[in-house]
Design a protein around this ligand. Structure first.
Ligand SMILES: Cc1ncc(COP(=O)(O)O)c(C=O)c1O
Length: 384
């Protein structure tokens, strides 16, 4: 019913992704080449037609739309008064780092992980401590012994969890979330769960706010329609904080930093996405599965030295390239200069990322095919 086939020319449209040379094919940043849901565009037209763009504040229909979406999509309903509007997940993370930790504290992450977490920590004068994920038998696991050791350090005051985990595409299980939350509680570490990728999941995903009451008193969850519906430049996200004291602290942070006021499109887009976007997301997920299957088959038959890490979330694929090179930056730069295919080099995510490349498959299947052919040429030329 929806269009996930047609290619849209995004060159010279101020797109960060498509600011590339004529022969280049960008498959790096988490930005889809699909038009967003027409229901969202309709809501934007309605807003534009009114032609007044004064100050706005989200009302109960915004928060109800968020809660209803989580209830319908994920069987978990956040309470209305737990929620705050914010102008993006990264702004929220940076603000929370500043508000709930002190300069010089340790903030724990699990590398390889979304590279911007490091900026939010380091640019604010905090230290990064990583509980590196273990890669074994083509799957990532949490080293809980190491996690406990690092959380027990009195200088560790915040953990940033990525669920589902970008770039490895893993949905953490409810049991794993309980263990993480218990450890954070035990050592008085606040837990910030970035769940921006939660809607594009192919196995059960448990929003952290749905855990038992005593496990969510230190918890802050960030969600947004931006990845799900390709509306990143709308700058709309929601922070969910069950504990009232912590919520007030976070709220003071985002308000003093002027991150709590929506632009004219943020509210209509979020409400339309969450109220009318179910069918669009269901179709999107089917297309992503098809694209992933194509990649899987291609790599197995045409490029067996590159291994696809099995994943159950996101449209970002994590490819193990260690049989070709343990220097992903060198490899990614080479592939780009030889073939024009622009991938994310795994090293920016730290941990074992130098052995991996990340491929964004949220594009028409013909584009995926083009990317795969370029990848094959690039890898073969690299090997010489
Ligand atoms: C894990 C994660 N968090 C946050 C973001 C960006 O969030 P925002 O655009 O709302 O700042 C991304 C974008 O790729 C992401 O992968």
């Amino acid at each position: 019913m929806y269009d996930f086939k047609n290619t849209i020319d995004r060159r010279k449209t101020d797109s960060v992704k498509w600011d590339v040379k004529p022969n280049e094919l960008p498959m790096w940043v988490a930005d889809m080449d699909f038009k967003t849901a027409p229901e969202i565009v309709e809501a934007m037209h309605k807003k534009t037609d009114q032609a007044i763009f004064g100050y706005e504040e989200p009302q109960s229909d915004y928060f109800n739309a968020v809660a209803n979406w989580y209830e319908k999509e994920h069987n978990a309903r956040p309470k209305i008064d737990w929620m705050m509007f914010v102008t993006g997940v990264v702004p929220a993370i940076s603000s929370i780092v500043r508000r709930v930790t002190s300069v010089g504290d340790n903030v724990l992450v699990q590398a390889p992980v979304y590279n911007i977490f490091y900026n939010s920590i380091v640019n604010n004068g905090r230290h990064v401590v990583s509980n590196d994920l273990i890669f074994d038998n083509m799957a990532y696991q949490i080293n809980f012994k190491d996690l406990e050791e690092k959380l027990s350090d009195p200088l560790t005051t915040l953990m940033i969890l990525c669920n589902p985990h970008n770039p490895v595409g893993k949905v953490w299980s409810k049991d794993e979330l309980i263990k993480i939350a218990e450890l954070c509680n035990k050592y008085h570490v606040k837990l910030l769960s970035d769940e921006i990728h939660g809607d594009i999941t192919f196995s059960p995903y448990t929003p952290a706010f749905s855990l038992d009451k005593d496990l969510i008193q230190n918890l802050m969850v960030c969600v947004s329609p931006s990845k799900t519906f390709n509306v990143a430049a709308i700058h709309a996200a929601t922070i969910i904080v069950p504990n009232v004291n912590l919520r007030n602290q976070v709220s003071r942070g985002i308000n003093t930093e002027e991150l709590a006021e929506p632009n004219s499109m943020a509210i209509p887009v979020t409400i339309a996405a969450y109220e009318k976007g179910h069918a669009w997301v269901a179709e999107l997920k089917q297309q992503i599965l098809k694209n992933k299957e194509l990649v899987q088959n291609f790599l197995e038959t045409e490029l067996p030295e590159v291994k696809l890490v099995p994943s159950d979330a996101t449209y970002l694929l994590w490819m193990d390239t260690k049989a070709v090179s343990d220097d992903s930056k060198k490899l990614a730069d080479f592939i780009r200069s030889e073939t024009g295919l622009y991938l994310s080099s795994g090293d920016v995510y730290r941990g074992d990322g130098h052995d991996f490349l990340r491929l964004n498959i949220a594009c028409p299947i013909d584009t995926v095919e083009d990317g795969l052919n370029r990848l094959k040429t690039g890898i073969n030329n690299y090997k010489g």
